[in-house]
Design a protein around this ligand. Structure first.
Ligand SMILES: O=C(CO)COP(=O)(O)O
Length: 268
């Protein structure tokens, strides 16, 4: 690693909507069209903000067609990916298939997969590796449960999860981290901006230790868990929070558009 000082890097904010298992492909088409229409004349409100959606697999081809036909400034990706490239893995979707649909990103390690589908840190590391080796940017989710908080510091579990996910990452590899405290997901009550900042700064240190200084300076760390248009500004003011991963509120076009246009209601 070079000894040169790390230049202060301005990270492009990322506003991402995780649709989870909502919207079939016809609903996805209607949503993306309405989102594009709603944001059409508001480009100046989010000119330096990247916007992404994570639809179910069956919607991706329709979203791709709309984005490419209408040249929309919208990124998209899968909500999960197989650790395998191809073969006898019934029900799995490979990183190559997602890349073929021009996906930019893929979510790995969402708590709904860690806990409901019992995915280990090793599996998540393998998924993140499969994604990056295929040219997708993995969006690695980490976060502690309420039970974890009874026994550990808030950052302890997310930091360990991130260390586990990054074992194959080297300087120059691109990835995004999403800090999603499990107790705040779908709860209606988000973490405070201060809580999000405290954990995000520890996660940036983990990236620094595991991958390197420059990667830590350029990697975006998102907050997720009950984000809405009326609390996003607090998160976006945190020095180590570079965007949000939105669940429920990303299913309402007007609300999601208001989140994307957060600078409009912010006084910095
Ligand atoms: O899990 C989330 C995004 O991945 C957050 O979900 P909610 O915004 O519904 O709390």
């Amino acid at each position: 690693m070079s000894d040169a000082p790390v230049a202060e890097t301005r990270r492009t904010p990322l506003i991402a909507g995780n649709w989870k298992m909502n919207f079939d492909h016809l609903q996805a088409i209607a949503f993306v069209q309405k989102l594009a229409w709603t944001l059409k004349d508001a480009q100046h409100d989010y000119d330096d903000v990247e916007v992404a959606v994570f639809p179910p697999f069956t919607d991706l081809r329709s979203v791709q067609t709309l984005v490419q036909a209408d040249k929309l400034q919208l990124k998209y990706g899968g909500q999960d990916v197989s650790t395998h490239a191809a073969g006898a893995y019934t029900g799995e979707i490979s990183a190559g298939f997602l890349k073929k649909l021009d996906c930019d990103y893929v979510i790995v390690g969402h708590s709904e997969r860690r806990y409901r589908h019992v995915e280990s840190d090793e599996t998540i590391a393998a998924k993140a590796k499969a994604a990056k080796e295929t040219g997708l940017v993995p969006l690695i989710c980490v976060g502690e449960t309420a039970k974890d908080l009874e026994r550990h510091e808030p950052s302890a579990v997310p930091a360990n999860q991130l260390r586990g996910a990054l074992i194959d990452f080297k300087p120059g590899d691109e990835f995004v981290v999403a800090y999603e405290p499990v107790w705040a997901i779908g709860a209606g009550a988000a973490a405070t901006a201060e809580q999000a900042q405290n954990v995000a700064s520890v996660l940036r240190d983990v990236v620094r230790q595991v991958v390197g200084d420059e990667t830590a300076a350029t990697t975006r760390i998102l907050y997720g868990g009950s984000v809405k248009s009326d609390n996003i500004v607090g998160f976006m003011k945190c020095p180590d929070v570079d965007g949000v991963l939105v669940g429920g509120a990303s299913l309402d076009v007007d609300e999601f558009a208001a989140i994307v246009r957060y600078k409009k209601h912010a006084t910095y």
